[in-house]
Design a protein around this ligand. Structure first.
Ligand code: SF4
Length: 395
């Protein structure tokens, strides 16, 4: 029987230009769409609360981070009010992490929605239906889950089994791939998978890849790094979750990538801040990255149980607005200062500049003038550019 299936991605607080950003694509909904197409159903993918002009037979609503649950529940409420009797299935990250929470289950019962925890085999077997969205890249999973159990991570709670694939080449339909694997290099078939990508062409053109998560540097050998380069993996990222004293290990991992042919400024180091290490220790890690000549992909920590996040980088805020790790002496000022420092440092790395200033960033200073300015003593530079900031000096 032909049924109308409504797939809903709530309107999360992301800029509208990022709606189809590779970090926010509703892949589970696209897989559900593929599955329902095999049953001859008609699919409608919508974003946010829309006054749809048909009566759906079944509704799926996805969730994302726990701190965006308000947007999720607003959306569920909206469609429940609009379609009082239509079955509604809800799933995704927040739903899976809060599945056992009694308050969560109570809300589901009140709104008469069916919560789905983790992945569903029938959906997982279906390739995402890219016909429903307009993107030039493809999300791919060469594995699900992760073998490690890092305490701050929800992956092993949502996907407790590590399930690697032996091959992915038959799934590839686009020239840009974004791997959503949580720990791509932990796949025992990673060499075979990378070899599949080396000479792969789609529509007669090369295929380029990137990994959304950082590579687990402990698994990064020179052989793998060379294969990543040959497989045309761009902007490789390594995670530095541990303390400053691990810097020698990180340096080794960066060296492996450089030996494989990557330039240091193409490499990023994933770092979580407002977390287990103080602002001062994070600053030491940041400066070490400047010394290594690599960029930083910084991630502000929000615990897995966090229920809101109203962070605004432009105003003064308190823990009532967003999570601030007071145990490690983080404050609103320190959180914003670290973010600002990382941003300015990354600009210096990308442009081979020794210091940052907004005029330099906006290219208001010709290259020839920069060469002259940089030879001046720092206090002279400060006179010319009062906001000049050096990544390797304490502010
Ligand atoms: S290695 Fe990464 S994905 Fe795996 S548990 Fe740790 S943080 Fe999560």
């Amino acid at each position: 029987m032909n049924q109308n299936i409504l797939l809903v991605q709530p309107k999360f607080p992301i800029p509208s230009k990022s709606l189809n950003h590779k970090d926010f694509l509703p892949i589970p909904l696209l897989k559900i769409a593929s599955y329902h197409k095999t049953l001859n159903n008609t699919l409608h993918l919508i974003h946010g609360k829309v006054n749809v002009d048909f009566e759906p037979d079944l509704i799926y609503i996805t969730s994302l981070f726990t701190y965006w649950q308000q947007e999720f529940w607003d959306t569920v409420n909206y469609y429940r009010t609009l379609f009082v009797d239509t079955p509604i299935n809800v799933g995704g990250i927040y739903v899976s992490l809060f599945f056992e929470n009694s308050e969560f289950q109570k809300k589901c019962a009140e709104l008469n929605v069916n919560a789905i925890k983790g992945t569903v085999e029938d959906f997982e077997k279906s390739a995402p239906d890219y016909g429903l969205i307009d993107v030039d890249y493809q999300i791919i999973h060469a594995s699900r889950g992760c073998k490690r159990h890092c305490p701050f991570c929800g992956v092993w709670k949502i996907e407790p089994d590590f399930i690697p694939k032996e091959s992915i080449k038959d799934e590839i339909v686009k020239n840009k791939l974004v791997f959503y694997d949580n720990n791509l290099l932990a796949n025992p078939f990673i060499e075979e998978i990378l070899k599949e990508l080396v000479d792969l062409k789609v529509n007669g053109r090369n295929v380029y890849s990137e990994s959304q998560s950082g590579f687990d540097g402990r698994l990064l050998t020179l052989k793998i790094a060379k294969l990543l380069k040959k497989a045309k993996f761009i902007i490789p990222r390594i995670a530095w979750d541990g303390p400053y004293k691990d810097w020698k290990k990180i340096k080794k991992q960066i060296n492996v990538l450089c030996k494989a042919g990557y330039k240091s400024k193409e490499i990023s180091i994933f770092m979580i801040y407002n977390s287990d290490y103080s602002f001062e220790e994070m600053e030491s890690k940041r400066k070490k990255c400047f010394e290594f000549g690599v960029q930083i992909a910084d991630c502000r920590n929000r615990p897995l149980t966090q229920e809101f996040d109203n962070y605004n980088g432009n105003i003064e805020q308190t823990p009532n607005d967003y999570y601030i790790n007071k145990e490690k002496s983080w404050t609103d000022i320190k959180v914003k200062q670290f973010r600002k420092n990382v941003r300015r440092q990354n600009i210096c790395i990308r442009n081979n500049h020794k210091f940052h200033s907004s005029k330099l960033e906006r290219k208001r200073i010709p290259k020839s003038d920069y060469s002259k300015i940089i030879s001046l003593p720092k206090d002279e530079i400060k006179k010319k550019l009062p906001d000049a900031w050096w990544p390797d000096i304490d502010c």
